[in-house]
Design a protein around this ligand. Structure first.
Ligand code: BES
Ligand code: MN
Ligand code: ZN
Length: 499
C-alpha cells in the first residue's frame, strides 16, 4: 500500500473518497459540498438525518457518483471537535483500513481541506492517518492456503494547499515507516515457534545489518557467552536442542563517542516454563514470548529508515525455554556476568534470567540510558490488563519523559513503584538472590526489582508488555493477536532524543 499526499485544484477522483466529519456537523464546504452534488445530496441528507452524527467510530458508506470514477464515499465520524485525540484519528483510520480489507477498492483518497480536527500540525495528521491505516490493514495470513490478496494499492491525502501537502507527505513517510515497524514486530510474534527459533531471529538480525552502512551486528554465541560469564542467560536454553544467541545491533547515526541509547528486549522464542512447566491451556501464546525483542527489532528497522542523528545499541537475548533431561532445575544456582549468584526457584521465571546478562552486557557498553521491553509477568496481566504496559525504573525523570510520549504514540504506560523492600521477597538462603519469590505478591515489581540488580547505576526503565503484547480483541487499529507493543514508544523516544 502506497501512502502519500497530493494537491489537486479540482475534486480528486480516487475509487473511494473519505469525508471526515465531526460531531454535530450539519454543513459541508468545498470538495465535500461538490461531492454531495455528485452523490445527489445524499451526504447532506445523512448528516442532517442523525444517521451519522459524526461520533467516534461511526461511518456511513454511500454509492454511485454520477458521471465520475468515484464509486464510493465514506462519511467518517471523528468525534467531538474539542476533544479529538491523536489516537482517535489513528483509530478512525484503522477502522477504515479494516473495513476496506473486505472490498475491492483500489485507490482511496482522504479529503482533508474541510477536515476540522484538533490536530493542527499537518505532518502529525499525515503520520496519524498513515500509521492508523498501516496498522489496521495488517493481516497475518502466511499460513492460510487460500489468502485473499488486498486490492488497495494507493491511499492519497488530498489537499488544495501546497504547503499542507508537503507537511502531509512528510507525515505519511514517517507514519508508514512506523506502521511497517509495528507490523514487523507483529509478524515476528505471530510466527509459530517451529518457524522462529533463536537462530531464525538471528538471521533476521543479520539481514537487517546488511541494509545500512551505519549498522554493525554482533552475534554472541554460547561459547562466547560462556567466556563472558553469562550463565544466567545460558541456563535458560539448556533444555532445548536449539542454541541460544545474544544479538547486538549498533547503529551509529550520532557523533563519534557519544553515549548510545540502549534498547533491550526479551527474546524467548518459546516458553514452556521449563521443568516448572506451564499448564497446557493457552501455552501456545508463548510463541510471542520474544515480544520484547520483536519490539526492539521492529523499532530498529524503522529507525534505520528514519536515520536519527543518534547512536543506538540494541541487545536481544534469544533462547528457547524447554523441559528435557538437559534442562536446568529448580534449586540450581547460576552466576550472572556481574558476579551476582542466583538461586533458581522457578524455571518459568526465565525472562529475567536472560535479561540479567543482557542488561549487564548493555550496562558495560556505557549507554546514556537503557530501556528494556519484556513479556515478563503474568502479574501485569492481572494488574493492568491489555490496556496499558507496566513501567518501572530507577530514574523518575526518564519515566516522566516516556510517559509524556503517551498521548502522541497512543501506547499507554503506567508506572508501578520499585521500593527497595520489595527485594525482601527475593532473599535466598544459598545465593545472592532468588529468581522468583515464594509467594505471588507484587509479581511485576519483584521481577523488575530483580532486573534492577543488573543495570549498575545507569538510568533504566523496564516495560512489562506481557499483557499489551497480545490484544484480546479488535478495534480501531488494534487487531486481536500479537500487537507489536513498545515499537511506537521506542521509535518516538529515540527521535525525541535526537532532536
Ligand atoms: N512469559 C511469561 C510471562 C507471561 C505471562 C507472558 C502471560 C505473557 C502472558 C514469563 O516467563 C513467566 O512465566 N512468568 C512467571 C513468573 C513467575 C514464575 C514468578 C509468571 O508471571 O507467572
Ligand atoms: Mn516463563
Ligand atoms: Zn517467559
Amino acid at each position: 500500500m502506497k501512502f502519500d499526499s497530493k494537491t489537486s485544484k479540482t475534486l480528486p477522483n480516487s475509487d473511494a473518497l473519505i469525508v471526515p466529519i465531526v460531531e454535530g456537523q450539519k454543513t459541508l464546504k468545498g470538495w465535500a459540498k461538490e461531492l454531495d452534488q455528485l452523490f445527489s445530496g445524499q451526504i447532506s441528507q445523512v448528516i442532517k438525518s442523525e444517521v451519522n452524527t459524526g461520533k467516534k467510530g461511526q461511518s456511513t458508506t454511500l454509492y454511485g457518483g454520477k458521471g465520475t470514477s468515484i464509486k464510493t464515499c465514506v462519511l467518517l465520524g471523528l468525534g467531538d471537535k474539542k476533544t479529538i485525540t491523536p489516537d482517535d484519528i489513528r483509530n478512525a483510520a484503522g477502522t477504515l483500513a479494516r473495513s476496506i480489507k473486505v472490498t475491492k477498492v483500489g485507490s482511496l483518497g482522504w479529503l482533508l481541506d474541510e477536515a476540522t480536527t484538533t490536530i493542527s500540525s499537518k505532518s502529525e495528521l499525515g503520520q496519524l492517518l498513515s500509521e492508523g491505516m498501516g496498522m489496521g490493514a495488517y493481516t497475518f495470513d502466511r499460513y492460510l492456503s487460500k489468502a485473499t490478496k488486498p486490492t488497495l494499492k494507493t491511499v492519497t491525502l488530498w489537499t488544495s494547499n501546497t504547503a499542507d501537502q508537503k507537511a502531509l507527505s512528510e507525515g505519511c513517510r514517517v507514519g508508514t515507516i512506523v506502521a511497517d515497524s509495528v507490523n514487523t514486530a507483529r509478524d515476528l510474534t505471530n510466527t509459530p515457534a517451529n518457524d522462529l527459533m533463536p537462530r531464525h531471529f538471528v538471521d533476521h538480525v543479520k539481514k537487517l545489518g546488511a541494509k545500512s552502512k551505519l549498522i554493525k551486528i554482533e552475534i554472541i554465541d554460547e561459547a562466547k557467552a560462556k567466556k563472558m560469564g553469562m550463565h544466567a542467560f545460558l541456563g535458560v536454553g539448556l533444555g532445548s536442542v536449539e542454541k541460544s544467541y545474544m544479538a547486538v545491533i549498533r547503529y551509529n547515526g550520532g557523533k563519534k563517542g557519544e553515549k548510545p541509547v540502549a534498547l533491550v528486549g526479551k527474546g524467548i522464542t518459546f516458553d514452556t516454563g521449563g521443568v516448572s512447566i506451564k499448564p497446557s491451556k493457552g501455552m501456545g501464546e508463548m510463541k510471542g514470548d520474544m515480544g520484547g525483542a520483536a519490539a526492539v527489532f521492529g523499532a530498529m528497522e524503522g529507525l534505520i529508515k528514519l536515520k536519527p542523528k543518534k547512536n543506538i545499541i540494541a541487545v536481544m537475548p534469544f533462547a528457547e525455554n524447554m523441559c528435557s533431561g538437559t534442562a536446568q532445575r529448580p534449586g540450581d544456582v547460576v552466576t550472572a556476568m556481574n558476579g551476582t549468584t542466583i538461586e533458581i526457584t522457578n524455571t518459568d521465571a526465565e525472562g529475567r534470567l536472560v535479561l540479567a546478562d543482557a542488561l549487564c552486557y548493555t550496562a558495560k557498553q556505557n549507554p546514556s540510558h537503557i530501556l528494556d521491553a519484556a513479556t515478563l509477568t503474568g502479574a501485569v496481566v492481572i494488574a493492568l490488563g491489555d490496556k496499558a504496559s507496566g513501567i518501572m525504573g530507577n530514574d523518575d525523570k526518564l519515566i516522566a519523559k516516556l510517559k509524556a510520549l503517551e498521548p502522541k504514540t497512543g501506547e499507554r504506560l503506567w508506572q508501578l513503584p520499585l521500593y527497595d523492600d520489595y527485594l525482601d521477597y527475593m532473599k535466598s538462603d544459598v545465593a545472592d538472590i532468588l529468581n522468583a519469590s515464594e509467594g505471588r505478591m507484587g509479581g511485576t515489581i519483584t521481577a523488575a526489582k530483580f532486573l534492577e540488580q543488573f543495570v549498575s547505576d545507569i538510568p533504566w526503565v523496564h516495560f512489562d508488555i506481557a499483557a499489551t503484547g497480545r490484544m484480546g480483541s479488535t478495534s480501531g487499529y488494534t487487531l486481536k493477536g500479537m500487537s507489536g507493543s513498545g515499537v511506537r514508544t521506542f521509535i518516538a523516544h529515540v527521535l525525541s532524543e535526537a532532536n
